[in-house]
Ligand binder design. Structure first.
Ligand SMILES: O=C(CO)[C@@H](O)[C@H](O)COP(=O)(O)O
Ligand SMILES: [Co+2]
Length: 232
């Protein structure tokens, strides 16, 4: 994702990003079509390695297949122990925005710089149990912070409200930074995150467990838009 694409995401205002983690992988492309028809515009892809997190999902072949299938930007959330080993393959597969976990790396500034050099947007993610101060060194080197509102690893977990204070603090410290929240977002929690100043809202089960994706996205959008956005 180049600067212009990042700016256009920033300018477009708050957005709901569906996670395909819990969708029907036997019909993955049809699921993506349903999510697109429901009005979502950016896909969130959860890549897990069974090592950084105790769950295993998918890698480059699925990202590459999705890239061929859809023109939706691909927001790839790397829950893996060695993000640099897979950064270039993921970009070659079609990732537009690549997010690594601060807990996974020794030198987040180096990792962010190397991902940025690949010509995509770079994000850093932080789990609820990790001190927010661990991000201090790299806040000037990333395009986005992904604030986890569950411990990374599984969909369908309950929302941890510590994420709201984190969004509020990051927003006041960095008015221009893209902020994304991920985990347990539904019609009850999305407004809290919006009020705190969040831009991008990852939603898995609250959409995928619904029979009607369009209705689910519309309910979430209404809850998001009826909250006052935090000042940038
Ligand atoms: O990164 C993750 C989980 O680690 C998420 O992207 C989940 O997939 C979101 O799912 P819900 O919490 O909305 O069900
Ligand atoms: Co995610």
């Amino acid at each position: 994702m180049n600067r212009a694409q990042l700016d256009s995401i920033r300018d477009a205002g708050p957005a709901i990003l569906p996670s395909v983690l819990n969708c029907d992988f036997g019909n993955l492309m049809a699921e993506v079509d349903r999510l697109r028809e429901a009005g979502t515009e950016i896909l969130h892809l959860d890549v897990m390695d069974g090592h950084f997190v105790p769950n295993l999902t998918f890698g480059m072949p699925i990202v590459e297949g999705l890239r061929r299938h859809t023109d939706m930007p691909l927001d790839v959330h790397l829950m893996i122990s060695d993000p640099l080993a897979y950064a270039k393959p993921m970009v070659d597969a079609g990732a537009d925005l690549l997010t690594f976990h601060v807990e996974a790396v020794k030198d987040p500034v180096d990792v962010a710089g190397k991902i940025s050099d690949l010509g995509v947007g770079v994000g850093v993610a932080i789990n609820p149990g990790t001190p927010l101060s661990d991000l201090d060194v790299c806040l000037d080197c990333v395009d986005m912070v992904l604030v986890m509102s569950v411990e990374a690893g599984f969909g369908g977990q309950s929302f941890n409200p510590v994420a709201i204070d984190r969004i509020r603090e990051l927003r006041s410290r960095r008015p221009e930074l893209l902020l994304e929240i991920d985990g347990g977002i539904n019609t009850s929690t999305i407004g809290l995150a919006r009020e705190a100043g969040c831009d991008l809202f990852v939603v898995g089960s609250a959409i995928i467990s619904s029979d009607d994706y369009t209705a689910a996205v519309s309910d979430l959008t209404e809850a998001m838009m009826s909250a006052n956005g935090g000042a940038r």
